[in-house]
Design a protein around this ligand. Structure first.
Ligand code: HEM
Length: 220
């Protein structure tokens, strides 16, 4: 699938040779429909996972703080667990659709690669001094590439560590990868923290560049 913002194509009217030729420019959407649908389902699933995860954390805190009750979901431990497991399946199935189509269509390669450290440093400098341009929404700058590829990997880590906490006996090899049950809990917590940090930056950027938000909703 072509990953350019715009292509020209010549179409023939259904009336055959007698019909008027319809030479038209068909702009491809900046984000294909599957990306937009999976993105917003993912956003919903992540918000439920975070709210219910904070509820579960509060029942047995890892650190010397708990999350404000008003930011938690589920009302109590069992309620939090129910929300967490329900949204987990939504997150996983939706994520698999997004990743499978992203790999199969070559979109990941075109959109997220290559990530060159020199370009990241350059684009970060431009972003911090307000000189980053957003004319072509069909191409990500190096900082976006790094953040999006990074958040995809974080997604894999948070799901894997979550499974290790959920079934530490049956999945003991997986739990061992994280240094056991307690290690998996720590990894799960810090992956959550990374996602929350990403989310705050990501939403601020989307609000600062509203046309990028429109493109993620309407495609254009
Ligand atoms: C609920 C608030 C959210 C808003 C308003 C939002 C908004 C956006 C917008 C506007 C874009 C397009 C950015 C661009 O063109 O540069 C985008 C892309 C993206 N967002 Fe979000 N997002 C949200 C939540 C999330 C969450 C929770 C995640 C993952 C944890 C996420 C991951 C991504 C990724 C990976 C992309 C790139 C998608 C691709 O091109 O395949 N977003 N988001």
């Amino acid at each position: 699938m072509a990953e350019t913002g715009q292509i020209s194509s010549t179409t023939q009217a259904s009336g055959g040779a007698t019909g008027p030729p319809q030479d038209a420019v068909h702009p491809l959407p900046v984000h294909p429909l599957y990306v937009r649908i999976t993105h917003w389902i993912n956003a919903l699933a992540i918000l439920i996972m975070i709210g219910s995860g904070w509820q579960i954390y509060n029942a047995s805190p890892l650190f010397a703080f708990t999350f404000p009750k008003g930011l938690t979901l589920g009302g109590w431990l069992a309620g939090g667990l129910l929300w967490h497991f329900a949204a987990m399946w939504l997150l996983i199935v939706n994520g698999l659709v997004y990743v499978t189509l992203g790999l199969a269509t070559g979109r990941f390669r075109h959109r997220f690669l290559p990530i060159r450290p020199t370009e990241v440093v350059h684009d970060l400098g431009s972003a911090l001094t307000g000189r980053l341009r957003h004319d072509d929404l069909s191409r990500y700058n190096a900082v976006q590439k790094l953040l999006y590829a990074g958040i995809l990997l974080t997604g894999v880590v948070i799901v894997a560590s979550g499974f290790a906490i959920w079934k530490p006996v049956q999945l003991r090899e997986l739990a061992a990868l994280f240094g056991g049950y307690e290690g998996a809990r720590l990894v799960h917590f810090f992956a959550m923290a990374a996602i929350v940090l990403f989310l705050v930056l990501h939403v601020v950027m989307a609000l600062l560049v509203p046309k990028s938000l429109r493109a993620m909703i309407r495609g254009r």
